[in-house]
Design a protein around this ligand. Structure first.
Ligand SMILES: *Cc1c(COP(=O)(O)O)cnc(C)c1O
Length: 372
């Protein structure tokens, strides 16, 4: 059996008629820029996130950047985030002219360790950029209390956590502003690049709307310089068609995760779900004793796995200028050496899931025999 880590073809096949119809309508109207599909998706996304306002943008990296700009992050400011994330998180900080300040993660949730933030706060700190990695929400009450007590903005990088709940509510409900990526492989993915920004404050979203479309207030009037960072109408139409399936897809992701948690053998560390969290399992990330052997054996059996992420940001050549070394973020470094992402997506069949579990059981058994 061959099982890819992500299967976009299976996703398309499951909703082909609806997607084809949505695309055809845009082609026939030739309304490719802004217009009703974008507005419709913004309204639907706000309702989904339980906030009053949203703004469609070009991709998730722009979503983070425009969120930071909207809360006033600029040159000379510092933004606190984690080294255990995709580089888009920190690129967005630098793109605002601000400085990246890393804080290590919690060893169980893989998200920011709230207890280590205060020591990194300076006069220049402007925001905390919380990454809900793999779809597990950060401890948002603790983050909000800390941010409020220091006058900082709390910005969410929700690129991996569409629909994740914190104490029963959407994470956007707890953040000043939240950014999403609809990159094709994400929990809700477009058929190309797309992103969203959502907030409890309509004023913040108005700022994002100004920035994404050349600072334009009317067709020919520009209040300030902005960017071309609009959500493409074709992608908005596709996202509109997909959104009604999202709750069902998330439920299926959670059901598969529950099954893995139950069925995977001893020696495998399954993902942790804090009592405040409804994890959405963008990635199902396990820790295994001997990763090279594990991944090699899985590949031989036809199951694709991945590592998210093999090199933490503070060890990337791109961030050498920050002057960090090995040992600066020990939890992230330790996790990085042991984690493996195994296939988990709504379209996985029960047969495929059983096969993946059997493969892992066999590999663990062989490992034990080899050791004894
Ligand atoms: C995917 C991702 C982004 C960026 O999204 P793009 O749409 O690819 O620009 C940002 N942050 C995290 C954590 C991501 O996983």
């Amino acid at each position: 059996m061959k099982i890819p880590l992500v299967d976009l073809k299976a996703n398309y096949a499951s909703i082909k008629a609806e997607i084809d119809d949505a695309i055809r309508q845009i082609l026939e109207n030739t309304s490719f820029i802004m217009g009703p599909p974008v507005q419709q998706f913004e309204e639907a996304w706000s309702a989904f996130c339980q906030v009053p306002a949203s703004c469609g943008v070009a991709n998730g990296t722009e979503a983070v950047r425009l969120s930071l700009l909207a809360v006033g992050v600029g040159p000379g400011d510092e933004v606190i985030t984690v080294p255990n994330t995709f580089i888009a998180t920190t690129e967005a900080i630098t793109a605002c002219g601000a400085k990246v300040v890393f804080v290590d993660v919690d060893e169980r949730t893989y998200t920011i360790d709230v207890n280590r933030i205060e020591e990194k706060i300076t006069d220049r700190t402007k925001a905390i950029l919380a990454v809900h990695l793999y779809g597990h929400p950060c401890d948002l009450d603790a983050l909000k209390a800390l941010a409020d007590s220091h006058g900082l903005a709390l910005v969410g990088d929700c690129a991996q956590s569409h629909g994740a709940l914190y104490k029963g509510r959407m994470t956007s409900h707890c953040e000043d502003i939240s950014s999403f990526s609809m990159f094709p492989a994400k929990v809700l993915g477009a058929f190309g690049d797309a992103g969203m920004v959502s907030a409890g404050s309509a004023d913040l979203i108005d700022r994002v709307k100004l920035l994404r479309n050349h600072g334009r207030v009317t067709k020919h009037e520009h209040l300030q310089e902005g960017f071309n960072a609009r959500l493409d109408a074709l992608q908005a139409a596709i996202l509109n068609a997909k959104l009604k399936h999202l709750p069902g897809w998330i439920a299926r992701r959670r059901a598969i995760a529950a099954h893995y948690n139950e069925a995977l053998p001893e020696g495998i560390t399954c993902p942790f779900e804090a009592d405040w969290a409804d994890h959405v399992y963008y990635m199902y990330v396990i820790q295994v004793p001997d990763r090279d052997r594990f991944m090699g054996a899985m590949k031989e059996k036809g199951v694709s796995c991945g590592i998210h992420y093999p090199i933490p940001l503070h060890r990337q050549p791109a961030y050498q200028y920050l002057g960090h070394g090995e040992g600066d973020f020990p939890v992230t470094e330790a996790i990085t050496k042991k984690i493996v992402s195994i296939p988990l997506y709504p379209e996985l069949t029960d047969n495929q899931i059983d096969y993946i579990v059997d493969c892992i059981k066999q590999i663990q058994k062989q490992g034990k025999t080899a050791q004894s």
